[in-house]
Ligand binder design. Structure first.
Ligand code: ACO
Length: 370
């Protein structure tokens, strides 16, 4: 039997949420090209689209905004729990714990839209609260006059965010919001398929997001750029990395065999929001990385993925690297929950199989004789 290692190419279900054309480098949410969505819409409009299937009219958007704003606050007990975690904790682990605490009070019930909105609304508040507590500062309450991206930046710094940073973060949140059967979304759907609740599915998704082969890559990407330091050092640094059998973070993708369209858009955002020298360095590292990976792995078309320029953009809006993956979760929570709702609406238990390759017909020997 041929095993599809890593489930590559396996179609697990139908979905009307997200389409990726890996050869053409196209990403579509609910029929809309990601370039169009990221060029003019708010994160809230795109969240509505992913959750409901269509873009909202004024009234629908107003209602969603009101609900997101109402749901932004987190209970005092949750803030106390965050305070009790070691300040050396990883922000994504704190987020996972926080969502688990929020879910502890939720009865086992079929996932609902309200759960999706509540979770996505609260993630920036949780991330910002931990960030400030860790830095010896008091958490800041969310504001109801700011949009999702602006309020996140405000809760981190306590200052009115610059419009260029709000715009960059808003676009980042749109671009990362969904991406087909990526590992974390698949995990969320597996959990939902057992009739577990929305909070459990999102906790599991956060766990799957953590590793550097998925959502944990952007902080190592920034570190790589900082280690390289100057464009002229890129070639030597990258060759050393590959010679040492390490993977180049922010390059390669399971589905794309050409440039990841999100990376292209994020590159453009970085050009507007990030310092010029960082952008120049990133662009040189991207070009050099693609060229050298082509030499090392000629069979595999390896390009910069979304995480490469995510690192540049998140850094440029003032996020510290340990918030990168937790901020990815702030965006992807919309895709996770949209997928959980879709799974729950037309569910069958997800339960694949492995091809057994272990021994057979062994006889149990008493422990004294082993
Ligand atoms: N650097 C060096 N070699 C690479 C890289 C890379 N970034 N990516 C793939 N390869 C090589 C592998 O070593 C492998 O070579 P081999 O066949 O000689 O063993 C070959 O390309 C195929 O790699 P796979 O792991 O089979 O590719 P897969 O589709 O499973 O993995 C992945 C995709 C995990 C993203 C991979 O490209 C990678 O590890 N990239 C670096 C980490 C990263 O950027 N993660 C973020 C991904 S984006 C996201 O999840 C939001």
């Amino acid at each position: 039997m041929i095993v599809a290692k890593g489930l590559e190419g396996i179609i697990v279900d139908n979905s009307s949420i997200c389409k990726i054309d890996g050869n053409a480098g196209r990403l579509i949410y609910r029929g809309y090209d990601i370039h169009d969505l990221a060029s003019s819409l708010s994160f809230e409009e795109v969240a509505y689209l992913l959750w409901n299937g269509d873009l909202p009219n004024h009234q629908q958007l107003r209602e969603l905004n009101n609900e997101l704003v109402r749901q932004r606050t987190v209970p005092q007990e949750l803030k106390s729990a965050i305070r009790n975690l070691p300040t050396s904790s990883n922000a994504l682990d704190v987020l996972r714990t926080a969502i688990s605490i929020l879910g502890a009070e939720t009865p086992l019930k079929k996932p609902e839209m309200m759960d999706a909105i509540a979770i996505s609304a609260k993630i920036p508040t949780i991330n910002a609260a931990f960030y400030r507590i860790r830095n010896g500062q008091e958490p800041i309450e969310p504001r109801d006059d700011l949009n999702h991206a602006a309020d996140y930046l405000y809760m981190l710094s306590g200052r009115d965010p610059e419009p260029v940073k709000v715009e960059a973060l808003n676009k980042y949140l749109i671009l990362l919001a969904d991406h087909g059967m990526n590992s974390s979304t698949f995990t969320a759907r597996v959990v939902a398929s057992t009739w577990a609740d929305m909070y459990s599915a999102v906790v599991a998704a956060i766990c799957a997001l953590k590793g550097p082969l998925h959502g944990g890559a952007p902080a190592p990407v920034l570190k790589m750029l900082q280690d390289i330091g100057k464009p002229e050092r890129a070639e030597e640094w990258i060759r050393n990395e590959l010679k040492s059998d390490r993977r180049l973070m922010g390059f390669g993708h399971r589905v794309y065999r050409t440039t990841d369209p999100r990376a292209e858009i994020l590159r453009g955002i970085g050009e507007k929001s990030a310092p010029k020298d960082l952008v120049e360095l990133a662009e040189t590292v991207e070009e050099t990385g693609i060229r050298i990976l082509q030499e090392y792995r000629p069979q595999r078309k390896l390009y910069a993925n979304v995480e490469f320029y995510s690192a540049v953009v998140m850094h440029s809006v003032g996020l510290s690297p340990d918030l990168f993956t937790a901020t990815f979760a702030a965006s992807r929570s919309v895709g996770w929950t949209a997928n959980v709702l879709e799974q729950a609406a037309n569910n069958r238990l997800i339960r694949p199989e492995t091809e057994y390759t272990g021994p057979m017909n062994r006889k149990v020997v008493h422990i004294n004789a082993r």
